[in-house]
Design a protein around this ligand. Structure first.
Ligand SMILES: Nc1nc2c(ncn2[C@@H]2O[C@H](COP(=O)(O)OP(=O)(O)OP(=O)(O)O)[C@@H](O)[C@H]2O)c(=O)[nH]1
Ligand SMILES: [Mg+2]
Length: 466
């Protein structure tokens, strides 16, 4: 298949010093050769070996644009499986753009977003699930989301999907053959066997779907809710962690009425921090609404930072909060340690034990949010929670996007129909219909049986140059 030659800037546009212009297509080498000269003023790229790097200069006519390194990768051993040239420029944004313009002037056209990856897919070099992983890598918000995309790229998901898909296909083929040739292939006892096989497949698929929900947490950050009594120092904590005066802080109890959300990163882990209204037995209508919202957020959170004001005595409100944070992953900040204590740590720990039967002695961190005291320890604690697998990321397979989850759900639904047909003792050819739609849904994930529209939609999500 002959393809026109496309080009784009493959690196982020920043003045970081190095920028890469990527060119792909049948004519890519000859296009770049027109504007390239080596030290001896020769244009010699057409006859060089694949996977070699050449030092020289890019010219627009007689005008010298940049000193460059040019890498030649001949198809099929390149990212797109086509002839590909990468021009490593040394100049800043302006120069990189100028090099791209010159390439375009000499016969290439600007690539559409994701077009390089689309070509890799169309040329059979990667399957759709890998192609989407590339998009996720480009858009990954943090290191761990990145890691999961890399795993996906390696094909963990594809492998599992292919395996499940093959066993479905085998059953379809078996049923068809048996119906065609009943003399030689018997369907006696088959429904029972199929029932077990399908149940097993549904289990595997359900696991993949669940891991997808986990992946969602990673990509979107860990929802971390700050709770505590009014005046405990919750908003002060948010401001310290964010590094700016984001929330209003006053010595009036009930300052924060609504939730305030901010994103922060701790060593690559993304937290969605949510400051809430102080929880107490309030009379005020507005305050009450805020408190209900705080409780709801706390219940739905992935992680709670519970701020305790150690300068006031333990009261009924504090006991209510202890019950609210029960069974949640949490840390307790023993705050305002710069003031005269009115609360004793041991007594507090005992109180918690009595109320909710949890030992929180390892969860207490002494802090003072007016002067940042204890916050480094808090960050370490959160990292530790993360690394110790309270939120898994490492060897898990994440299905990280909604389209894939939907396809998995459709597959489970079709397989569920097969189970119903079996228990209703329907004829065997009924099974094939639903097995076939399960097979098709799974194909959506790895890019088989996919309509042209979907292919275009997915690739349009990619950045330029990838
Ligand atoms: N001495 C001392 N004062 C603090 C500390 N943390 C917060 N404060 C003060 O306590 C008061 C309340 O702080 P906020 O951060 O507004 O408390 P909050 O928990 O958000 O309160 P509400 O929004 O009313 O629920 C302010 O006057 C803060 O300056 C601390 O560690 N030590
Ligand atoms: Mg507040």
């Amino acid at each position: 298949m002959k393809s026109d030659t496309i080009a784009a800037i493959a690196t982020a546009l920043s003045n970081s010093g190095i920028g890469i212009v990527r060119v792909s297509g049948d004519e890519s080498i000859s296009v770049v050769n027109k504007i390239f000269k080596n030290k001896k003023n020769q244009s010699n790229l057409e006859n060089v070996k694949s996977h070699t790097i050449h030092y020289g200069f890019i010219y627009d006519g007689n005008e010298l644009i940049d000193e460059v390194l040019v890498m030649i990768m001949k198809g099929p051993k390149s990212y797109t499986a086509e002839n590909t040239v990468e021009i490593n420029c040394h100049g800043g944004v302006h120069v990189v753009k100028k090099v791209l313009e010159t390439v375009i002037k000499n016969g290439a056209r600007i690539a559409q977003p994701g077009e390089f990856t689309k070509r890799a897919f169309l040329n059979g070099r990667i399957d759709l699930s890998k192609a989407e992983a590339v998009s996720e890598i480009i858009h990954a918000k943090n290191d761990y989301a990145l890691k999961s995309s890399v795993n996906q790229l390696k094909g963990y998901i594809s492998d599992q999907i292919i395996e499940i898909r093959q066993s479905i296909l085998y059953e379809i083929a078996f049923i068809e053959s048996a119906l065609d040739d009943p003399e030689h292939i018997s369907l006696e006892g088959y429904s029972e066997r199929l029932n077990n096989i399908i149940k097993d497949l549904v289990n595997k698929l359900t696991k993949l779907i669940q891991s997808g929900n986990n992946g969602k947490v990673l990509k979107e950050g860990i929802n971390t809710v700050i709770v505590g009594k009014p005046n405990a120092g919750k908003s002060s904590l948010l401001n310290r962690l964010v590094g700016e005066e984001r929330a209003i802080v006053t010595n009036i109890a009930g300052t924060t009425r609504d939730t305030i959300e901010e994103t922060i990163h701790i060593n690559g882990i993304q937290l969605n921090l949510i400051d809430t209204a102080g929880i107490c037995d309030a009379d005020n209508e507005v305050e009450k609404i805020g408190i209900d919202k705080a409780i709801k957020y706390a219940q739905e959170s992935d992680f709670i930072i519970y701020v305790v004001d150690s300068s006031v005595p333990l009261d009924h409100d504090e006991e209510d909060i202890i019950k609210i944070v029960s069974k949640k992953k949490k840390v307790i900040l023993w705050n305002k340690t710069d003031l005269e204590p009115a609360l004793n740590e041991e007594e507090f720990i005992k109180k918690v034990k009595d109320l909710i039967d949890e030992d929180v002695s390892g969860m207490l961190i002494r802090t003072s949010t007016v002067n940042r005291f204890g916050l480094d320890e808090l960050e370490k604690y959160i990292e530790m929670m993360f690394f110790n697998g309270h939120i898994n990321y490492n060897d898990e397979v994440y299905i990280t996007n909604l389209r894939q989850i939907e396809a998995l759900n459709d597959t489970v639904e079709s397989l569920g129909q097969v189970l119903i047909s079996i228990s209703d003792q329907m004829p065997e050819d009924f099974y094939s219909i639903d097995l076939m739609s399960a097979y098709t849904s799974l194909g959506m994930i790895i890019g088989e049986e996919v309509g042209e529209d979907l292919v275009n939609e997915i690739f349009s999500k990619f950045c330029m140059g990838k």
